[in-house]
Structure formats: C-alpha cells, structure tokens
Ligand binder design. Structure first.
Ligand SMILES: [Zn+2]
Length: 363
C-alpha cells in the first residue's frame, strides 16, 4: 500500500517513531508535543481502518486523515503523495459500473446517471461582477461578455457533495475549490443536456500539482443516444457546418470567432473526418501553437489537410509569443475582432498547408 511507504519516509520527522505492526505506527504526537514528563510516552498513532490510514493522538485527541496529517508534517512529501494518489485512484466510485470506469487521469469522460442539479449550478450572469467566477472568466480569461451565458458556476460546497458521489479523490482537498462549467447539448434536441465539463478556477498563490484535477467531463448514461449525439463538443449543437466554422482545442479559445466549436481534447477531432466533403471544406482547424514539438498535433494537421479541411498557422512573428488564442486575448490585449482577422488571414489548405507546416518546422 502506497501509504505505508510514505509513513516510513516520515521517520526522521517524528520523534520516537516505531512500527508496532504492519499497519500501526506510533510516535510522540507532533501536535501537542506529547508528555512533558516522560520522553517514553508515544501517544500519536497512525493506524489503518477500513482500508485507509488515520491519525489519532491519545493525549490531545487530535483526529485526522493520513492525507491531512502528511500535509501538516511534510508538505513536500504530501505533494508527492497527492500526485500519486490522484493518478492511482482517480476513477469512479464503486457505485458505477466497472464498464463505465474509463480513466484514471483528468479530462477523460466519466459516465454518470445523475442529473446536474446535484451540483446546484448557478447562472454566472446572475452573479455580481466581483464574484470569483466572473473575475475568472471576465478578468483572467477575458471572455466576451455575451458568451457568459454559456457558463455556470459551482461552489466548493456543491462540488464537495457531488464529488463524494462520483469521484474517488480526497474530498477534503477539492472541497476548497471553485469551479466553472459548461453543458454539452444534444444536436437533435437543444434543450437536452448530454453531458457537462467542469474547470477549476485557479486562484493566486496556488501550488500547481501535476496538471491533474483541473478538468472533469461527465457524460450521462443513456441508451437512446443517437450517434451524432455522442459528441461532447462545446457549442456543437449551435454550429452551422454549412458555412465556415472553426475548430479549437479548448473552450476558452473558441469564444472569439463566429460559428466555432471546441473539441475539449484534440483526440476528439475524428468525427470531422466523417462530415461530408462539402462540410469539411468549411472547416478551419485552430489548434494550440505546438505542432513543431507535438507529433500528435502535427499528424492530425496533416490528416485533416489531406481530407480537404484547412488549418490556421500563426504568422512567424507571433510564433514565439503565443501558446493559444485565449492567451493572446488575456495577456496581449487582442480583441475578438483582432482574433477573427488574425485567423482568417492565416488559413492554409491542401498542398500549400503541407508545405507551410514543413517550412515552419525547420524555422
Ligand atoms: Zn497530541
């Protein structure tokens, strides 16, 4: 068990550390200092109960989970531990079918049967400007005001309740986070929600840990989903594929141009290949600026070019400066109009696209 390993590493930090049995460790309580008179007294206990480790002190009565204990005793070790348990245990709880446990990492789809009401979502436009969700979207991300209606807010309390039900991750930790989310709607019935995604609101001074925990995607279990309804793609149900449309990796990048969708992960591009030739001609792929280093991205761009779609390639003078579209807006002051112009002015297709990609890689 991973906890035993971490506990052993705590030995130098705990006075009188002693292993009593496989799952019981005792030492002088680091919180109260234990007995002043007797150095022999060791009333701090790390013990296992129901498959999990807990801490208890028989002197000061401190009671806590191993997770919090470790955080108090050795922060760096806790970061390591957290990284490990998040990747090890990140899947659905036993309540869900084994077949529905799709993933261990973040940003993969989780299937659930519960309606989103459990989240107590709030329409962001009804919240004051000073609210953390508005600050995140309008000030940090600088999304256009008129797109606020596409988002909802989830409080830490609400997410806590929800995560206890659906996520097997340390809940005391995530209970402090705030979230924004967006729904995925059915293409056949635009009032019907087929899933949703949550994005953690990053706060200042926050320690970033291993990239995990930032995004969650949930998909409702349903046997009646038609093929096209399976696409958990942002703004898919509103997109008109019969005129020029833009395809982005991330939701926040997709808000500045008209008729745009976001894949929420590049691997979801595959459905584009099934569109009719006519519609594929209308498609402009706007991925993050990493095709030079990311082989997967590079491969996809060549693939879509061969299928008659177009790609956006940032002009050379911008190449070093930006990572994705949202960054140009949030950090460099571009407006929606600037973005629309930038993209429309740098679209490549066919052989010309291939050559341009090759040339840029050499730069
Ligand atoms: Zn104590």
């Amino acid at each position: 068990m991973v906890e035993n390993e971490f506990i052993k590493q705590l030995q130098p930090y705990l006075l009188g550390f002693e292993q009593k049995s496989k799952d019981l460790f005792i030492f002088r309580c680091p919180f109260c200092g234990d007995s002043k008179k007797s150095k022999k007294k060791k009333r701090g206990n790390l013990y296992k109960n129901g498959g999990k480790f807990f801490y208890h002190c028989f002197n000061c009565n401190k009671n806590t989970t191993f997770y919090s204990f470790l955080k108090d005793i050795n922060y760096n070790l806790w970061l390591e531990y957290r990284k490990q348990v998040l990747t090890d245990n990140f899947c659905l709880t036993k309540k869900d079918d084994i077949g529905n446990v799709l993933t261990k990492s973040d940003n993969k789809v989780k299937k659930i049967s519960t309606a989103p009401e459990i989240l107590n979502t709030l329409q962001i436009k009804t919240l004051p400007f000073s609210h953390i969700a508005n600050q995140y979207l309008l000030v940090n991300r600088k999304i256009p005001k008129e797109t606020l209606t596409k988002f909802f807010y989830v409080s830490p309390e609400s997410f806590y309740t929800f995560s206890k039900e659906h996520l097997n991750i340390p809940t005391s930790e995530i209970a402090t986070y705030y979230w924004v989310g967006w729904y995925f709607y059915s293409v056949f019935d635009k009032d019907k929600i087929i899933g949703f995604q949550l994005r953690k609101i990053e706060q200042l001074n926050e320690t970033k840990i291993g990239g995990g925990l930032r995004y969650f995607i949930f998909k409702y279990n349903s046997n009646s989903l038609k093929n096209e309804d399976n696409n958990l793609i942002f703004n898919y149900s509103n997109c008109n594929f019969s005129k020029r449309f833009y395809v982005y990796e991330g939701v926040f990048d997709s808000l500045y141009t008209k008729n745009s969708i976001a894949l929420t992960g590049i691997s979801k591009y595959l459905f584009l290949l099934d569109l009719s030739e006519e519609k594929r001609k209308n498609c402009v792929i706007v991925f993050d600026n990493d095709f030079k280093y990311n082989k997967e991205v590079s491969k996809i761009l060549l693939k879509v070019l061969s299928k008659g779609m177009s790609v956006f390639i940032a002009p050379p003078h911008l190449e070093k400066e930006f990572k994705d579209i949202n960054e140009l807006v949030a950090k460099q002051g571009y407006t929606s109009e600037d973005i629309q112009h930038l993209i429309d002015g740098n679209i490549y297709s066919g052989l010309k696209g291939r050559l341009e990609l090759q040339n840029r890689k050499k730069l």
